[in-house]
Design a protein around this ligand. Structure first.
Ligand code: SAM
Ligand code: SF4
Length: 360
């Protein structure tokens, strides 16, 4: 019997167990993936839910050291999609039975932005007779803004903690009030209080990050009792301060392997949450998203952003599918999901079971 088998049989992993699992290789690693696959089939089934991704704007007031669209990067033309473009993308999702969309953007907190999102949410609700569920990923906002958007129809919110270690956080962000770990954590708590299905996540393979930090990230998710997770490898971007550490990073293959293990372990730890197969995984491995689905992920985000904006929403280098229109993206993902042995939950919201069970 392999040591991993006794760990996988435990009802609750310790920090040491998680570190062991993150370091598994060969046969032990495959046993971990097998267990995650079984857990997914038993608790959330073989359905994969689509969230049509709308990269609404690359204006951002922040300067996270890892991100290509940080305020300090003047290389990209800044854009904001028009209402018509957003509503067309929503209509595409609606007509194609996606049932859910994600509106993501650089962080903006000014009142015109807050009102614009509120009005778009109202229009999306009217245009689809409430049939589309909306996830927002618009960064840290005040409690009042989160409430307004919730009341206007948003059901889910994604705000990655990025790293759960408070001493690592200031090494990856400017050390000031706008980028404070404490505020990030408070924002996550506020989202929960307002009533959203709350998603968070981390980047994997960042400079200064250790395997035990990643184990702590998974424990953070469990303690916070999250409903959804989005995790992926960190990928360097030449126009960012962290680029200077590119030669000290884990090789891309190891970052990818760790990301797969993070997905698999999280699925076993939090059996009925939603976990995204993220685009960053495909950046490293052409079959990255299928592999993530095979080890526990159950959500995928087909990109609905108009192609003309994609070159200006480069969070990291080599982002895939930059020239793929919504239709091509859909057929490509259908094939990928089929390869992974899953089916698409067309017309279903695919809300987090963890959330609905907690509410019940
Ligand atoms: N501005 C919002 C926020 O930060 O929450 C939402 C958009 S932000 C671009 C979405 C996510 O992109 C971040 O949470 C971060 O984890 C990820 N990201 C940014 N730069 C990245 C990089 N270089 N490699 C991998 N992921 C990255
Ligand atoms: Fe802005 Fe989000 Fe990028 Fe940070 S991660 S710079 S908040 S878009």
């Amino acid at each position: 019997m392999f040591p991993v088998e006794s760990i996988l049989a435990k009802p609750l992993f310790t920090r040491e167990d998680i570190i062991y699992l993150l370091n598994t290789t060969e046969k032990e690693r495959l046993l971990l993936f097998e267990k995650a696959k079984e857990t997914k089939a038993a608790f959330v089934g073989k359905k994969v839910y689509f969230r049509g991704l709308i990269e609404y704007s690359n204006y951002c007031k922040k300067n996270c050291y890892y991100c290509g669209i940080r305020a300090g990067n003047s290389r990209y033309a800044r854009y904001r999609m028009t209402d018509g473009e957003v509503l067309d993308a929503v209509n595409y999702a609606y007509q194609n039975d996606y049932a859910s969309i994600v509106i993501q953007s650089g962080e903006q907190t000014n009142q015109p932005f807050v009102r614009k999102i509120e009005s778009l949410l109202n229009r999306i609700d009217r245009q689809t007779s409430g049939k589309i569920h909306v996830t927002l990923s618009l960064g840290e906002q005040s409690g009042e803004t989160y409430r307004r958007w919730f009341e206007a129809g948003a059901q889910r919110y994604l705000l990655r903690i990025e790293v759960s270690n408070p001493t690592l956080y200031p090494k990856l962000h400017p050390d000031n009030q706008t980028h404070s770990y404490k505020n990030r954590l408070e924002a996550l708590k506020t989202l929960r209080t307002v009533g959203y299905q709350v998603g968070t996540g981390v980047m994997i393979g960042l400079p200064f990050q250790s395997v035990s930090d990643l184990a702590d990230d998974l424990i953070f998710f469990r303690d916070f009792d999250i409903d959804m997770a989005g995790m992926g490898p960190y990928i360097a971007h030449a126009d960012t301060p962290l680029y200077q550490y590119r030669d000290e990073l884990l090789p891309l293959k190891s970052r990818f392997d760790l990301s797969l293990k993070m997905v698999a372990i999280l699925r076993i730890m939090m059996k009925n949450i939603n976990i995204a197969a993220t685009t960053a995984m495909q950046t490293i491995d052409p079959q990255g998203r299928e592999k993530a689905l095979m080890v526990g992920a159950n959500v995928i985000m087909p990109n609905l952003t108009p192609v003309k904006y994609r070159q200006d929403y480069l969070l990291y280098e080599n982002k895939p599918c930059l020239d793929e229109e919504a239709e091509e993206c859909k057929s490509c993902l259908e094939a990928r999901i089929h390869i992974a042995g899953d089916v698409i939950g067309y017309g279903e919201w695919g809300d987090s079971k963890h959330f609905t069970d907690r509410k019940a």
